[in-house]
Design a protein around this ligand. Structure first.
Ligand code: B12
Ligand code: SF4
Length: 477
């Protein structure tokens, strides 16, 4: 009986939603530099999956994952699902006119964007996502063009910029609704939240959603609506149990939640079998946490099912907990790109930054990884440079220390992030109006060290890191 009732409910709900068409938009990046390091609009694709499951018609216009977002040469340079974007130089925003670098729009051209918007059926509502806070000009440009091309359609804006700078987004983006936070996993009430957003946009009530469970557990993000896919991005967990002072993970994702490792392997197998995808990247903030009950069974299962895939970890993993078993399983199951968050070799600062790793533990982790078969140039340590109060000597010592371990020092310039514990210190240390202007959060302008001397120092440090890197590569040759 329950089944019959369910079916009647489902039919009537689908009937009511039939032909309600939601267009999703993933906007451009405007920046001094951008490279596709396995970037996908994962949040929007999760939303697409839920909406489709609920009977809505869904399409996406993706300024970055459209085949036209790459020139033929860019496509030829793509490897393992990553590569350069097509770019077009545009004027710098006036507040960045002093930065001695070119500024570009990355992705498809504005005309191609208009064409994609006109090519789709007239939508009932549009959901626009956003990435880094300092990428908001690309978001605003997309919303302006949507307004011109498809006047009168309600627009909601969500994503990372909208969550971290909601007042700015409400004041200037031009969206009808600005949504903060994670819409899918809010204490299992997320789909109710998404339903409310749609009801506001459409101006009518919508029947309750069926899916009340955290969708990332069971519904795969709708990668198949992208115009092309050469890699798939995955989560095995959301959030992070740590609370590092410079990080917004908790604000964005809430509490730490883990997936069943076998369901992750099912998802990998699904994309591999159905779409021939071989490259997978993990967006987890805490892939290594609780490895014995998540990562280890997942890797064993990948090996058991004989899946021939390549795995990439562009988002820094934790070094703590790395042992021979994990390193061996990672190597054998096809991990190709390893990036770890190391930050600094200064023990005092390691403590301040959350006590996630010590030099001794880092050394042991490198030994295990190399023992398993990874080469030095496959292992990158992210180093945070330009923290409030950080001296040049500390940054240089850290680069040298990492090079001495025979792995790659990868310099990550500190980007001050609103709503983090370090934000007040960043405001106090920077002469720039970080609170009023998100463009100043850009790591490319090294927001806390932006004087001429500091810029030269950073160039020197990057050059040094590159030299160590090429030494590692030539050792291989
Ligand atoms: C994966 C990741 C990366 C990847 C690629 C990201 C990309 N797509 O371009 C890599 C590793 C390359 C990267 C690099 C960097 N990153 Co990063 N990254 C992340 C990470 C871990 C996940 C982002 C993500 O995709 N989440 C997954 C999806 C599911 O979430 P979502 O998109 O937010 O979507 C949900 C909601 O927002 C909402 N939603 C989304 N869109 C919409 C639309 C509507 C209409 C609605 C209603 C809802 C909605 O619903 C979705 C589902 O619930 C975040 C941290 C985090 N936990 O979020 C940091 C984060 C975004 N990165 C950050 C930083 C600092 C960086 C670097 C600057 C680090 C450095 N110093 O080098 C670089 C900069 C790279 C560059 N210049 O391009 C900062 C943000 C900085 C900022 N000012 O905005 C974050 C927040 C981490 C932090 N430190 O706190 N990053
Ligand atoms: S920096 Fe990494 S370890 Fe620290 S809270 Fe953020 S995601 Fe977690």
């Amino acid at each position: 009986m329950a089944q019959v009732e369910n079916r009647v409910y489902r039919l009537s709900k689908e009937h009511m939603r039939a032909n309600t068409f939601i267009l999703l938009v993933s906007p451009w990046i405007h920046d001094f530099a951008a490279f596709d390091y396995w970037a996908k609009p994962l949040g929007l694709l999760h939303i697409a999956s839920v909406l489709r499951e609920e009977g809505f018609d869904v399409e996406i216009v993706d300024c970055l994952n459209d085949p036209a977002a790459r020139t033929t040469e860019d496509t030829a340079r793509r490897r393992y699902g990553r590569g350069p974007y097509r770019k077009e130089e545009i004027p710098k925003p006036p507040v960045l006119s002093w930065v001695p670098r070119r500024y570009s729009r990355y992705g498809i051209t504005p005309d191609q964007f208009r064409k994609r918007l006109r090519g789709a059926r007239r939508p009932d509502a549009i959901l626009v996502t956003s990435g880094m806070t300092y990428w908001y000009p690309g978001v605003f440009e997309s919303i302006n063009i949507i307004r011109e091309t498809l006047p009168g359609i309600p627009i909601a804006l969500g994503g990372i910029y909208a969550t971290l700078c909601p007042d700015h987004a409400r004041a200037y983006s031009g969206a009808d609704v600005v949504v903060e936070g994670d819409v899918l996993d809010r204490n299992n009430k997320s789909s109710i939240f998404l339903k409310e957003i749609l009801a506001t946009l459409l101006g009518r009530d919508i029947p309750a959603f069926r899916s009340r469970h955290p969708s990332f557990q069971i519904q795969y993000p709708a990668f198949d609506i992208l115009p092309s896919i050469d890699q798939v991005t995955l989560f095995t967990s959301r959030g992070c149990p740590y609370s590092c002072v410079y990080c917004a993970s908790r604000v964005l994702d809430g509490d730490f939640r883990e997936r069943d490792p076998f369901s992750v392997v099912d998802e990998i197998e699904y994309w591999n079998n159905r779409y021939g995808i071989r490259d997978f990247s993990f967006y987890d903030d805490a892939l290594m946490v609780n490895a014995e009950r998540r990562l280890v069974p997942m890797l064993k299962e990948i090996l058991r099912r004989n899946l021939e895939c390549r795995f990439h970890c562009p988002n820094g993993m934790h070094l703590r907990g790395m042992n021979q078993t994990i390193a061996g399983l990672m190597y054998r199951s096809g991990f190709k790109t390893l990036r770890f968050g190391f930050e600094t070799s200064r023990p005092q600062r390691q403590e301040i930054m959350g006590g996630k790793i010590s030099n001794q533990e880092a050394e042991a982790a490198v030994e295990h990884l190399k023992w398993a078969g990874f080469r030095g140039e496959e292992i990158g340590f992210y180093l945070l440079c330009g923290l409030p109060g950080q001296e040049r000597k500390e940054m240089e010592d850290t680069v040298e220390y990492v090079a001495s371990l025979g792995v790659r020092p990868v310099i990550a310039e500190y980007s001050p992030v609103p709503r983090t514990a370090l934000w007040p210190d960043a405001l106090a240390s920077s002469p720039l109006d970080l609170a009023g202007e998100p463009l100043y959060h850009n790591n490319s302008i090294f927001p806390l060290l932006h004087g001429e001397e500091d810029r030269k120092f950073l160039q020197y440090l990057k050059q040094k890191a590159r030299q160590y890197d090429s030494r590692l590569r030539s050792r291989k040759a």
